[in-house]
Design a protein around this ligand. Structure first.
Ligand code: ARG
Length: 461
């Protein structure tokens, strides 16, 4: 299409350079917005008719044309002409082809600047809802496994060094809590997405007597934007969403990192099912945790999307600038990535098989109950700092003699604390250590079961 014949070609006398057409076009990626673009146009058209800005007859023709386009696009039967700039132009051109000049009335009191903001908001509102559903699904998988593994003990780590025994269920519910914060962040984000920008037009609003509240009502928005300049230049909601999604990815990535480590031979804590692992093209014995690794890797990609949108925005003069067209690919990429990762991780989690004996054995190694012995001494009246020193020396002795604490005889323990008697052994057991931590937020079986009950009954704070 020559520059002259373009919808905006009135003031142009020369054709657009072919490369410029390709360079400026967003159609190949923004076509996914078509259902939202049409939904927004139908609402806008109804409002124009209700306000007497276009006739009811014209509105009917326009709406039925739009509905035909929606059908064709849905069936994959729409032919997108590559010289059209974007999805808005593709739909408008096809509308005019189908219903004649009357199609040209649809764009009254509207600009692509407020139209694209509307489309992005409608699209993201839906996708945030989809992502929330997937987050709840992953949470449900975690709770299922936590219930199934309620007696399983895991060595807990700090600094990647064995620290204290914990329940595997407690560990799994830690991810549940992180996802719960992700859910509340995304719900808040959805509130800020759910604002109707139409009526802002190019940047200054419109002189037509439009009814913005009515459009918002037709499209189920909870409010309308209050400044036309802000509305057409704002993509905070995109950046905010990608940030929230980055945290979701980071949480999944950390969980996957543990699964990668734990599924290796050195740990052998978990077996990831065959359906969620892959083999090596050269080493026949291998079963690799590629899904977990890819989720970890794709986190970097979403962080890249976040950097992209923040950088695109940082130098933009008010108001709309074409740079904003670059908001779409990072957004779509984040939406697609976070959705696939959540769905695959939910299923993978539900299929994990934990090696309970191996974890219990490992939890008992490394003097993981040393803190419990120090706490026991405190109960006997010794100040904590002193108790810490006594147990530290006791551990040093064990290392030197290559013994664990439970195998020391009482005389050996008395070398470090002269009043020791036999009940000291009770606090050295891994199970005792876990069940002693029966406080809100602690790892004791009772505390974890209480939390599961709260989660399942919806009493969540
Ligand atoms: N494709 C454009 C975008 O995504 C739509 C808005 C175009 N507006 C304009 N003034 N050229 O941002």
């Amino acid at each position: 299409m020559s520059g002259k014949k373009k919808p905006w070609g009135g003031r142009f006398s020369e054709p657009t350079d072919k490369r410029v057409e390709e360079f400026t076009s967003s159609l190949h990626f923004d076509k996914r917005l078509y259902p939202y673009d049409i939904e927004g146009s139908v609402a806008h058209c109804r409002m124009l008719a209700a306000q007497g800005i276009i006739s009811p007859d014209d509105a009917e023709k326009i709406i039925s044309g739009l509905q035909d386009i929606l059908k064709d696009m849905g069936k994959g039967e729409f032919s997108y002409s590559s010289d059209l700039e974007d999805i808005h132009m593709a739909i408008e051109k096809s509308l005019i082809d189908r219903v004649g000049d009357v199609g040209g009335r649809l764009h009254t009191a509207r600009s692509r600047n407020d139209q694209i903001s509307l489309d992005m908001r409608l699209y993201l509102r839906d996708e945030v809802t989809n992502i929330l559903g997937l987050l709840v699904g992953l949470q449900a998988s975690l709770v299922d496994v936590a219930k199934r593994e309620i007696g399983t003990i895991l060595p807990g780590y700090t600094h990647m060094q064995k620290a204290q025994p914990v329940l595997l269920s407690h560990y799994l519910l830690a991810w549940w809590e992180m996802l719960d914060r992700d859910i509340s962040r995304l719900k808040e984000c959805r509130g800020r997405v759910n604002v109707m920008p139409l009526g802002s037009a190019a940047l200054a609003g419109t002189g037509f007597p439009i009814d913005r509240e009515y459009v918002a009502e037709l499209l189920s928005f909870s409010g309308i934007s209050k400044n036309s300049m802000d509305a057409v230049s704002d993509r905070d909601f995109v950046a905010e969403f990608i940030f929230d999604a980055s945290l979701v990815m980071m949480h999944m990535s950390r969980f996957c990192e543990d699964l990668v480590i734990w599924s290796g031979g050195e740990f052998g804590f978990v077996d990831i099912s065959d359906a969620f692992t892959t083999g090596s093209s050269i080493m026949p014995q291998k079963k690799n945790p590629d899904v977990a690794e890819l989720i970890r890797g794709k986190t970097g990609r979403v962080y890249g999307d976040l950097m992209a949108i923040l950088t695109i925005m940082k130098g933009l003069p008010m108001t709309y600038d074409r740079d904003l067209q670059e908001d779409k690919e990072p957004l779509f990429d984040t939406v697609d990535t976070v959705k696939t990762c959540l769905s695959v991780l939910s299923d993978m989690t539900g299929n994990l098989k934990f090696n309970r004996d191996r974890m219990l054995e490992s939890a008992a190694e490394g003097f993981s109950t040393a803190t419990d012995v120090a706490d026991y001494l405190v109960m006997k009246g010794i100040p904590f700092r002193e108790a810490h020193g006594i147990v530290g020396r006791l551990v040093g002795y064990c290392i030197e003699k290559q013994k664990d604490m439970e195998s020391l005889d009482i005389e050996e323990i008395r070398l470090f604390w002269k009043d020791a008697d036999a009940d000291i052994y009770a606090c050295m057991s891994v199970k005792g250590s876990v069940s002693a931590r029966n406080i809100i937020g602690g790892t004791a079986g009772e505390a974890v079961l209480r939390r599961i009950e709260e989660i399942e009954s919806g009493r969540i704070d």
